[in-house]
Design a protein around this ligand. Structure first.
Ligand SMILES: Nc1ncnc2c1ncn2[C@@H]1O[C@H](COP(=O)(O)OP(=O)(O)OP(=O)(O)O)[C@@H](O)[C@H]1O
Ligand SMILES: [Mg+2]
Length: 340
């Protein structure tokens, strides 16, 4: 395998399928929900890769699979060049410290019976108990206070319970907790979408500052394209378990290629004056089809305004159309890529 030190996370042909079962006593598998269906991408050190797409397209499942919180059906996940599946349990425990999730809803993801200080200290205590971290109680206390302060929480709040905080403050607890083990990669799953707009930018700014200060790399999931544009240097667009387009953020917003990306972008007003987009709203017909249906062709064919006959027979593969710009669409298919 070619070593590339720049690449922190390398996801290859990831599939996560959920079985659909029938029967109460004797379950038999009658189908599968293909939540993530052959997804490949890389995240370089220090960048923030945005993942965008409508509800149900497989964004959270992708993050959960990377975080080892969801078993995978097929594919490989390399972290710092090492295949997670090939690691010993001990190696995996150590690797797991280096990537942490920040969830959308800090209320349901934080144990309501635990105090803020304990919530933030918990990962440190667990790893110290296992002997992986060599930290005394005193050191853990000190580190917790520093993290609270850095995330904009007064350490005098350490004894309060999650319900005593506002939504934004709860998310600060979630962020401090995620940072406690000095991770390299943050899997941020809609970290601001449950918050009021006025609070969103405070949390986004905090995350940006922390990115600089702690050299963090982000996989940043959101359905809000303006949030992604603000936070991310590169973007992957997902549709029905597939990545349909990736590009650096400026290129994607300026020159979206995939009809799905175009439709998504046409629906949002973006404040960035660098992006002179024609204001023509593309309305998508119908709903996202069920990910349990198995059918040939492009996943977007039934809603695509530019669908061709070929799209109903074959699925286009993600291929390069420009520097770092990949799209899975026959509209941009050159003879050399289709011959491969
Ligand atoms: N544990 C599960 N069992 C069965 N199906 C699941 C499970 N988790 C997710 N799914 C299905 O997998 C698909 C992808 O879900 P996922 O939560 O990853 O989407 P998402 O892109 O994160 O959506 P949202 O924007 O609403 O958060 C959906 O069809 C969902 O219903
Ligand atoms: Mg989700």
């Amino acid at each position: 395998m070619m070593e590339n030190n720049d690449i922190l996370l390398d996801v290859r042909n990831l599939k996560v399928h959920f079985p659909i079962e029938k029967g109460i006593l004797f379950k038999r598998k009658v189908g599968a929900i293909r939540a993530v269906d052959d997804v490949s991408f890389t995240v370089r050190r220090g960048e923030a890769l945005g993942v965008v797409g409508e509800s149900g397209c497989g964004k959270s499942t992708t993050a959960m699979a990377i975080a080892q919180l969801q078993p995978i059906t097929a594919g490989q996940i390399f972290f710092e060049g090492k295949d997670l599946a090939a690691m010993t349990p001990e190696e995996l425990r150590r690797a797991r410290m280096k990537f942490q999730i920040v969830f959308q809803d800090p209320y349901s993801s934080l144990d309501p019976r635990m105090r803020a200080g304990d919530l933030i200290a918990e990962p440190l205590r667990i790893y110290a108990r296992r002997g992986i971290l060599n930290l005394s109680n005193q050191e853990i206390k000190k580190k917790t206070a520093i993290l609270m302060d850095r995330c904009g929480l007064s350490s005098s709040f350490a004894d309060r319970y999650p319900h005593e905080f506002s939504g934004g403050q709860r998310q600060r607890i979630g962020i401090a907790r995620a940072l406690s083990l000095d991770p390299k990669l943050i899997l941020a799953d809609e970290p601001v979408s449950a918050l009021d707009v006025s609070i969103q930018s405070q949390i986004l700014n905090l995350l940006k500052d922390l990115q600089q200060e702690f050299d963090l790399t982000f996989l940043f999931i959101a359905h809000d394209l303006a949030v992604i544009e603000y936070f991310c240097s590169r973007v992957a667009v997902m549709y029905l378990g597939h990545i349909v387009e990736t590009a650096d953020a400026l290129t994607l917003y300026k020159e979206p290629l995939h009809p799905y990306t175009r439709a998504l972008l046409s629906a949002v007003p973006l404040p960035d004056p660098r992006i002179a987009r024609k204001k023509q709203r593309i309305i998508l017909k119908g709903d996202v089809p069920s990910p349990s249906q198995i059918r040939p062709g492009c996943p977007f064919m039934d809603r695509c305004p530019q669908v061709m006959d070929r799209c109903k027979r074959e699925a286009p593969r993600l291929s390069l159309t420009g520097e770092g710009h990949e799209v899975a669409c026959f509209l941009y298919d050159s003879p050399s890529t289709s011959a491969m």
